[in-house]
Design a protein around this ligand. Structure first.
Ligand SMILES: [Zn+2]
Ligand SMILES: [Zn+2]
Ligand SMILES: [Zn+2]
Ligand SMILES: [Zn+2]
Length: 489
């Protein structure tokens, strides 16, 4: 059994089965769990060969086994993996097994871990969980992808015959693919590409759309799980496997597809989604009313009703509108004016915090940011900079509300707002739209925003994307403080 340290311990109940709870009083930021990945692999659909050791792009193959890519820096990869194809049971397998079907890489690594007596035990937590294949077969999405990219190529490769002890059938291979998917976090290689890191313990925590933990992943793919809020002894440790900026129906759809999970967390049962109204519609009958989704006690989503006037909006009508906006969003593909006109068109029908409006606003803000970075605006147009500040600030209260406690989402939101604000007020000051006193007041706000963002990122590892973001914010803060010194007296 794994040693969990003093902060957490295992517990059991009927609904969740085995799970982890706080063992003592825990403070926000306290580490709950540290874990190395069982394996790191490219996504199934990845075609870019990656070094078997460091997972960065590589075009050369290992000279010894001639099967796995290996970059110039690494020189060697896992000995069992290499040996298996160089002179072990796999030596007769065609050398281009991986090159031809790179999608099998993750599963191939797992099969070799299972074949290695030294690592077989580490896999038990993963392969020991039963998978009900009939839940997945012929379902939407991943079954077909697994079949085409992984299972069929592996079955045809001759590998099954040289791993007789595992008694592999196409069903066992499908079950392994599902286990890899549902136990992985997205990790980032040093070259910036995303990969799947399989974490037996960390990725098997029960889900809540309002998690009480934060997952941190560093460049070496180490995972650290820390508390987002204070925990009391016995509190269940939750993680979230969905995007907090999605509305309830979207999150639930995604959780059903990826994890066969029906979520009934506090946010899913709250029609206002923690006061944000991210799924609420403008009432069609009365002025100023908002229709909220009626949720049955079992968590099932019903129709939308306005609490002010009682008017009903059927679930079918709402879903139709959502589908329409969804299609328009896909078709907008990076066109600033199209996004703006979507806001004008759908704004009057939805709550200002509706997740689809937030999605459109995020799209606009990121286009404006990219434009500012590339200096592609004719001259940095103050109107567009001001628009960016406005959009970033609209997102902040929602980011704050949906992830309580220490929140990377909110930290990133603050950073985006900070960049936009500083850029705008610097230009306004330079062009004398702001006097010294006004400029200083804005810089004071910016300084507070920077400090709050850095405070939220202080438990992240230094060598992680969030660690680098924190350094970036520190640089920005230094600049702000030096201007404050210069003008602030
Ligand atoms: Zn390498
Ligand atoms: Zn090799
Ligand atoms: Zn939920
Ligand atoms: Zn109404």
């Amino acid at each position: 059994m794994q040693d969990f340290g003093e902060n957490i311990q295992q517990s059991h109940n009927e609904k969740l089965g085995r799970h982890l709870v706080a063992a003592i009083n825990i403070e926000p930021g306290d580490t709950l769990l540290e874990e190395r990945p069982l394996l790191v692999a490219p996504h199934w659909e990845c075609h870019q060969l990656k070094c078997a050791q460091c997972l960065q792009e590589s075009y050369v193959m290992c000279r010894r086994c001639q099967v796995f890519p290996l970059c110039m820096d690494c020189g060697q990869h896992d000995d069992f993996e290499c040996e298996f194809f160089a002179s072990g049971a796999g030596k007769a397998i065609c050398k281009d097994i991986l090159v031809k079907n790179y999608g099998i890489c993750g599963l191939l690594k797992l099969l070799l871990l299972l074949d290695n007596p030294e690592t077989k035990g580490d896999c038990q937590g993963l392969v020991g969980t039963p998978i009900n294949l009939s839940d997945y077969r012929d379902g939407e999405g991943m079954w077909q992808e697994h079949e085409e990219l992984v299972v069929r190529p592996l079955m045809e490769s001759g590998l099954v015959a040289v791993l007789p002890a595992q008694q592999l059938t196409s069903d066992t291979l499908h079950a392994h693919c599902i286990r890899i998917d549902s136990n992985s976090f997205e990790v980032t290689a040093r070259d910036g590409d995303t990969l799947k890191g399989v974490f037996v313990c960390g990725a098997s925590l029960p889900h809540s759309c309002v998690p009480n933990t934060v997952v941190a992943l560093d460049e070496q793919f180490n995972m650290k799980l820390y508390a987002a809020v204070s925990l009391q002894p016995g509190d269940i440790i939750y993680n979230s496997y969905t995007n907090p900026l999605m509305g309830t129906s979207q999150r639930q759809h995604q959780l059903r597809l990826s994890r066969r999970l029906e979520c009934s967390c506090s946010r899913c049962l709250d029609p206002t989604e923690m006061g944000t109204h991210m799924s609420s519609m403008k009432c069609r009958e009365c002025d100023g009313g908002f229709s909220v989704c009626e949720i049955e006690p079992n968590g099932r989503l019903g129709d939308w009703r306005c609490p002010d006037c009682g008017a009903l909006l059927t679930a079918a009508e709402v879903h139709e509108l959502q589908a329409e906006v969804g299609t328009a969003l896909v078709e907008a593909r990076g066109e600033l004016q199209v996004y703006e006109s979507l806001l004008t068109q759908y704004g009057p029908l939805l709550h200002p915090n509706h997740f689809m409006l937030l999605d459109i606003k995020q799209n606009i803000a990121s286009i404006l940011r990219a434009a500012a970075l590339m200096n592609s605006m004719e001259q940095p147009c103050k109107k567009l900079l001001a628009r960016r500040v406005e959009l970033c600030s609209d997102l902040l209260p929602v980011c704050r509300a949906v992830v309580p406690g220490i929140s990377k989402l909110y930290a990133i939101g603050l950073f985006e707002y900070l960049l936009a604000l500083v850029e705008l007020v610097e230009l306004q000051f330079a062009e004398s739209d702001l006097n010294k006193k006004e400029y200083v007041a804005h810089l004071r706000t910016a300084s507070l925003v920077a400090k709050e963002a850095m405070d939220l990122l202080r438990f992240e590892p230094e060598n992680s994307a969030e660690g680098y973001l924190s350094d970036r914010i520190a640089m920005e803060l230094e600049r702000i403080e030096s201007d404050l010194k210069k003008y602030g007296r």
